[in-house]
Design a protein around this ligand. Sequence first.
Ligand code: G6P
Length: 608
Amino acid sequence: MCGIVGYVGEKEAQGFLLSGLKRLEYRGYDSAGIVTLANDGKATLIRAKGKINNLEEKMAQNRHKDNIGIGHTRWATHGEPSETNAHPHKAGSIYVVHNGIIENYKELKKNLSQHEFVSDTDSEVLAALIESFYKDGKYPLINAVVQALKLVQGTYGVAVVSEKAPEEIIVARSGSPLVIGIGHDETLIASDASALVGHTKRAVYLNDGEVARLTKNSIEIKTLNAEPISAKVEEIETNLAAIQKGGYDHFLLKEIMEQPKSLTETLRGRINSKNHTVHLGGPGLSETELRKINHLIIVGCGTAYHAGLLAGYYIEQFTPEITIETVIASEYRYRNAYIPKDSVALIVSQSGETADTLACLREIKKQGIKTIGIVNAIGSTIAREVDGGTYVHVGPEISVASTKAFTSQAVAMVMFGLTIAQAKGVKSATLRPYIDEIARMPEEIGNTLEVVRPEIEKIAKKYAEYDHAIYLGRDTAYPTAMEGALKLKEISYVDANAYAFGELKHGPLALVDDRFFEMTLLPKGVLYDKVISNLQEVLARGGHVIAVTNVEDFDMPVESIVKITTDIEIFAPILMNLASQLFAYYMTVAKGYNVDQPRNLAKSVTVE
Ligand code: G6P
């Protein structure tokens, strides 16, 4: 979603602002803008609707050597995507970029009649409010920002500059991330550390309720109540290679193909292959605490939710007397759900910033329930607010559609389940097949990707004209089918929905006709014969079936077959999901859509 960058230093600010905004493109946006200030305070405001390239063209005609500036990519919430609604917003000498939502903007606007509003945004109200306290430079900028923010209800990550103070940037956050990069005679800001990579490794993450005054060589942080905060400098671990395409045409393909490596990182140091045990340090739960867990609640959105569903199916297979509920965060936050005291909540999020997931985390914590993060982005808000956690360590995921995170989230949660089972004294013979297969998964993922990729590229072309799809699976292949359908609809805009195979005759069977194709996941296992009967029902009605299976002698008369050659059995659905990921990718390429930045979607959804 919206992105923020800022620079104060000795170099030309425009350079960093542009490269930073490009780095944040993956988050999703529909307009962009920057403002820079000359030494005498003269401002240059450049904004453009659409892609950053449009902004870049305008910047090329308006080069400035200014050493301070702020920039923004906007994802429309209040007001359509347009140049006027793009940030920065101006009020008097003030310029503001803002992520988040000012909920009481209408009310605030009523008392700001001195300002002539030109946009439809809530963010312009914030600019006008700050100016009303700043009074054209009569008071320190930071004081004006603090006074304004005290009146604001909602969420914000905000950066403010003024023509009257061309040596400082004021930043603040409440619910929307901001990270400050410390360079040599320069200070940078970004809403996502990836924009800082290659500029500095030293960063300070702002916490909710904090405001900071930044100059080229100073950072002063305080709370909105004026309590000073000492800056905690952390290291940015991401390197440049991790945020570049590395020879692939798209980030999505790169991220699918790097899963052997990303899962290896998830497993590193956590599996003891000699004695077939799992050890997770991050959750910080004692053996006694683990033993006492009788209920798991797993919370996430989108792909993270699917990973939670899948992990839930596995964990209940081997953990005795445990109930597991996987919930969609946007629903759960408003439910009046009872959480038993012997519960632990797994909070699943790649970005660690998803607003609904974060709201659930806070709600669950209030009830005194232990929260464990299954997060990728290091230092993210969820990672910092949970009681303990297991980072999945898959590295930056740039493509909006999540792939490598899904695999690692699911496996990390299964490993958490295994630590509960170990503590509860489940026999090693029961757990060992799970642990041994997990240890072999990176290699098996590598083999599968290599074998199925060329095959799927061909198959996807065959189905590229379709606009409707049904994904079918049963047991652990059901959440996997849900995730496959989500991938396809997200990026290729095919109306794809997943159903449990057993539900077919309760409705979806009525859909089977020439407009639809059916992607069926058919792993070996106890339910295989039942699934084949379900498949027969689709075939008998002329279904256009693609079968993804690890059954060697599979001989059903389907239209297309993707064979997964592996001796992995328990986790075969995760290997099948690789096929779904590649299928969505090649369908999208064949349809000619934007793979990495699908329309209307954002990578990190920081608004409700
Ligand atoms: C957005 C992304 C999805 C992601 C979901 C949850 O919708 O486009 O790919 O699965 O948010 O994101 P999170 O960062 O919390 O895992």
